[in-house]
Design a protein around this ligand. Structure first.
Ligand SMILES: [Fe+2]
Length: 494
């Protein structure tokens, strides 16, 4: 039998759709401002084949690159598989050959040594090139015009790290891309590679250091002075993998860390600051320098947000019992032994976004998605099994929060920010919203219609100014990126 399991990783908005498609001239309700001109690229995990194991997780699905492309108020839509080595091997065999999430010891022997990454997490644009990234491997370059896969990216042979984060940070003034890879030296290694690519896309620095334990480091942050890795105690173990077990297990009693070094400095200058035990964050919002102080803002929870990572660590917690907040950690770098000062900034949520110009600098607004308990039952699906249903705009300086809900039972994906030409206008957000086709609870969990909503970034409470109807039910995305027409026109790949 070839069938998909009926678990949270394969139902609702996680139902495999597996459709490579192009649609021109989507229906538009409302008016799309003419200066919204460019492409919204999205990373969509979607299994090309039924998994080898019924306990498979959504994070293990093949990457698809999806694009909404805007021109004069018209919108076209495309989605294609990223043709990774893994995807091509399984396509040839017409079945899954790669086993459990990030466990090569569970693979079919025929694919021993074949790159396992699925490139399913973030579309990254830098120096005229588009990459699809996932933290367990190197990025794959994608042709932004055709969505065809160009190939794996190694900075013209210069990159030593075997991995590349799905969350690099681009300095808005220098144009440099700051990145890292963990498990850089191989499976379960404690090696972290820290790299900088210049504005022309050349690797100008790569240094390695070791973390105290092999933790999942999903994101990091830069300021104008520092590069900063918040490290949380979700750890890998080679013996567990060899026994066929989970890559990650959360350790509730183990301490967290901040690793911080001058961003143009040497790894020997790294300072290690111990944080509270058991906490977890997958995404940082931003960080910035404030004299000797460094503020690091993140989506912090009191344990790991993924049930399968908690359970592998023996932690039994219901998803709705998790506590968290968008939280600021402040450290005083003038002290010989800096401590972390913690304070909440905003309601719980995840998938934070900034205006690109605010990266690593003092900022007065950010956006993320959250769960509004008044919004009706959440739609099943997404990486953790239930979707978000509210868009939050937060002013971190004063704690002001405004919110946009979605229809009852609907889901909202991570937004992208589109800057406006007028510096007094805050620009726009765009986000996919999945709306049930019947009353909540009365239609099948995968029966919904996906729309792209366009919202004024500083007036989210007003709701969308335009809705783009796809006529499809799209599978949950992870991250997305807005790329302007000017950047597309300067792409290195034609
Ligand atoms: Fe992420």
């Amino acid at each position: 039998m070839i069938a998909f399991p009926q678990t949270i990783h394969f139902i609702g908005s996680n139902l495999p759709r597996r459709t490579e498609i192009s649609i021109r001239n989507l229906e538009v309700e409302g008016e799309i401002p003419a200066e919204i001109d460019g492409a919204f690229f999205r990373a969509v995990p979607d299994n090309a084949h039924a998994p080898m194991f019924d306990d498979d997780v959504a994070l293990n699905a093949d990457g698809m690159i999806s694009r909404f492309i805007f021109e004069n108020g018209h919108v076209d839509y495309d989605i294609r598989y990223v043709e990774t080595e893994r995807y091509l091997a399984e396509k040839q065999a017409r079945r899954a050959l790669f086993g459990r999430y990030r466990n090569p010891f569970t693979d079919d022997p025929s694919v021993a040594g074949v790159d396992r990454t699925v490139a399913n997490t973030t579309p990254v644009w830098h120096a005229g090139r588009l990459f699809m990234t996932k933290e367990d491997g190197r990025g794959y370059e994608i042709n932004p015009h055709t969505l065809q896969t160009v190939g794996k990216w190694d900075y013209y042979g210069a990159l030593k790290s075997e991995t590349f984060t799905a969350h690099p940070r681009v300095d808005p003034v220098t144009g440099e891309l700051f990145f890292f890879g963990y498990e850089a030296g191989g499976l379960c290694s404690r090696d972290i590679a820290y790299g900088i690519a210049d504005a022309n896309g050349n690797l100008i620095s790569e240094q390695w250091f070791e973390q105290p334990y092999c933790a999942t480091i999903h994101d990091f942050v830069i300021t104008q002075k520092y590069a900063i890795w918040p490290i949380f105690p979700t750890t890998a173990d080679l013996d567990r993998l060899k026994a066929g077990g989970a890559h990650w297990a959360h350790q509730q009693e183990l301490e967290s860390w901040i690793a911080i070094m001058p961003r143009y400095g040497k790894v020997e200058e790294m300072r290690w600051i111990k944080g509270p035990p058991g906490v977890s964050a997958f995404h940082e919002v931003n960080a910035y320098d404030d004299g000797d102080l460094v503020h690091i803002d993140m989506c912090l929870t009191d344990t790991n947000a993924f049930s399968f990572m908690r359970e592998a660590g023996g932690i039994q917690r219901e998803q709705q019992s998790l506590q968290g907040a968008v939280t600021r950690w402040t450290i005083d770098m003038s002290k010989a032994d800096p401590q972390i000062e913690e304070r909440p900034l905003g309601p719980p949520g995840d998938l934070p976004r900034l205006a690109d110009v605010d990266q690593g600098r003092p900022y007065n607004r950010a956006w993320y998605v959250s769960m509004n308990p008044q919004g009706g039952p959440p739609m099943l699906g997404g990486p953790v099994g239930v979707n978000f249903n509210a868009l939050v705009r937060l002013e971190p300086g004063n704690g002001r929060v405004t919110l946009m809900g979605v229809p009852p039972g609907a889901a909202i994906s991570e937004p992208a920010h589109v800057p406006a030409d007028d510096p007094t206008h805050g620009g726009w957000l765009m986000s996919v919203v999945d709306i049930p086709n019947g009353p909540p609870g009365q239609s099948a969990p995968h029966d919904y219609s996906s729309e792209l909503w366009i919202v004024e970034a500083d007036n989210v409470e007003k709701g969308p100014i335009a809705k783009v109807r796809t006529g499809l039910a799209l599978r949950s995305q992870v991250h997305g990126s807005w790329v302007s027409r000017a950047k597309l026109d300067q792409s290195q790949v034609r």
